[in-house]
Ligand binder design. Sequence first.
Ligand SMILES: Nc1nc2c(ncn2[C@@H]2O[C@H](COP(=O)(O)OP(=O)(O)OP(=O)(O)O)[C@@H](O)[C@H]2O)c(=O)[nH]1
Ligand SMILES: [Zn+2]
Length: 298
Amino acid sequence: MIRQAEGTVIGLIAGFYDVQTEEGLVRTRARGVFRQKKQKPVVGDHVEIQIDDHGTSYLVKILPRVNRIGRPAVANVSHVLLVISAVQPDFSVQLLDRFLTFFSWQKVAVTIYLSKSDLLDNSPKLDEIKASLGYYEKIGYSVFYNANDLGKEIPNLISEGQIWTLAGQSGAGKSTLLNKIKEDANQETGEISQVLNRGKHTTRQVKLFKLGSGFLADTPGFSAIDLTPIKLNQLKDYFVEFNKASQYCKFRGCQHLKEPGCEVKKLLEEKEILNSRYEDYLAMRTEISEGRMPEYLK
Ligand SMILES: Nc1nc2c(ncn2[C@@H]2O[C@H](COP(=O)(O)OP(=O)(O)OP(=O)(O)O)[C@@H](O)[C@H]2O)c(=O)[nH]1
Ligand SMILES: [Zn+2]
């Protein structure tokens, strides 16, 4: 008798794939067919497995992926916790816009966390940053300013089967936040699987741990992004507030450049859309049409 099950790959260990199923964690081997097809399961993949009479388990099929992002790669990422620092490195709306555009393109939702605000304490610079972030809240993003609040909330935010991962510039504080979340999770549930907590892995591989009703990747995700594969005339769709306004533009497919009757340009003049957002849109257009990332980001 062969039993079938479905699950999510939560870790790769020396050629084995650990698959979380409804009945528990199953360590599987990939069938040879994958190698022939040049398909390789990655963490986050939804898969079909078969368990034979001897209790040997095989990963037999990768179900369609929504996306595959980061390094190390995670598949089917539904949500990113984006860590942006107030200082060291300095807060930058340009950088924020790059990340938001990239994830919007990849169909990944984003929650923003401002780290290192303690280093600015009551300085006016912090008020400026908070005012900027207020705009992003207005256009629909959740923003957290406090790691404790975020740590408490995050298990409630991760809904059924969702896979979350962290992203942010190098040094922004991703590992620091992740450690804090893991500590809290450990204290609250105490049930982070032993398989996951090996401590000394030889290579830096990503694993998922259970959090809330879904998973969080235990590796800080990526810090550099490339926007050049985005299609130039689709870029506008990934600026959420432009996308919303575009239904009132005179022309369908309006690029919000010099077209008459452009709602985005109107909102920009009325200061409903942030200048820096529009400037970043133009800069990204240049970047995409030239097919290269700006020097300062390399
Ligand atoms: N004061 C203060 N320091 C922080 C905070 N978050 C992180 N740091 C410090 O900032 C430095 C970088 O933090 P990391 O967590 O290693 O940053 P990272 O994003 O994981 O960096 P990479 O691994 O390079 O991608 C460390 O020295 C942290 O202790 C914070 O909220 N406040
Ligand atoms: Zn327009």
